[in-house]
Design a protein around this ligand. Sequence first.
Ligand code: IPE
Ligand code: IPE
Ligand code: MG
Ligand code: MG
Ligand code: MG
Length: 300
Amino acid sequence: MSSYNKLNSDFDTQLHQKRELVNNTINQLLASLPMDHEMKEVLSYTLQSPGKCIRSVLALWCCELVSGQINRNAEIAAAAIEMVHTYSLVHDDLPAMDDDDLRRGRLTCHKAFDEATAILAGDALLTLAFEILANEIDEPAVAVRLIRELADAAGPAGMIAGQLADLKAENTAGTKEILEYIHKNKTAKMFRCAAAMGAICGGANQQQLSNLCEYGVKIGLGFQIADDILDVSASSEQLGKTAGKDEKAGKATYPTVVGMEKSIQLAKKLADEAVVVLKPFGEKADTLRQLASALPKRTK
Ligand code: IPE
Ligand code: IPE
Ligand code: MG
Ligand code: MG
Ligand code: MG
């Protein structure tokens, strides 16, 4: 079933095909990488669970936009992004963080296995992402640029900073400024990174790279606002993760800080702004335009 409302069927097909490509690349890498048998089973459980693959598909689309095609480097970059994203979810769900039982319609990693295994699986996914970039990208200079982007986005000046601020803001009043800091760091930077990595693999020039990074930040921020909205408005069944958990955990979210109506408007505004940033690309960027408009309407 589609994750989006009112989807253009061509966009839906494209998304499906690209998601397949990401999953095939990951499966092929998992099969070829040397690793402990038990760990392979855990990693397969987390990586093969049905995620939306938005960040990794975004990387593929950005490569396609600037170069007209998807190359092997972009496939590797997309797999690396999906590994880091999946690690972030495995750790986000741990009892010491959000303490969740359900993820992608299945038991969370620490529930299906145990806590220590989930911690190690997250560590393994993060490490593997950098290993595949170092080993599989065909040009050392491109590999270094991709590694730098991913380290910046996922590291202590990026996602880690956002996750830490998210936890510290629990049961506090929260302000719009704090919330923007949290959402930009924990989520928007990985979207920016996905766009940048895809663009780099496609040989983007500075202007193209900068526009796609801006696009990534805007849809990433909108994506997290929509995630906060869905936590209130959707069911656990629909989301494949526990609904209503933000309120229970006393999280600072857009609906709690600015209200539901304003949150919905803001997510739409960010999508509109993201579309404007794509102007120089002309109609070649239609898929990215459709992605920006689809994200605030998503239902999971
Ligand atoms: C969940 O991301 C974490 C957030 C940043 C909101 P996704 O909603 O992309 O999760 P999957 O990969 O589809 O499960
Ligand atoms: C998680 O945000 C962001 C990450 C970097 C993993 P949330 O905690 O809101 O994500 P969900 O709702 O558990 O997917
Ligand atoms: Mg969290
Ligand atoms: Mg969470
Ligand atoms: Mg959430």
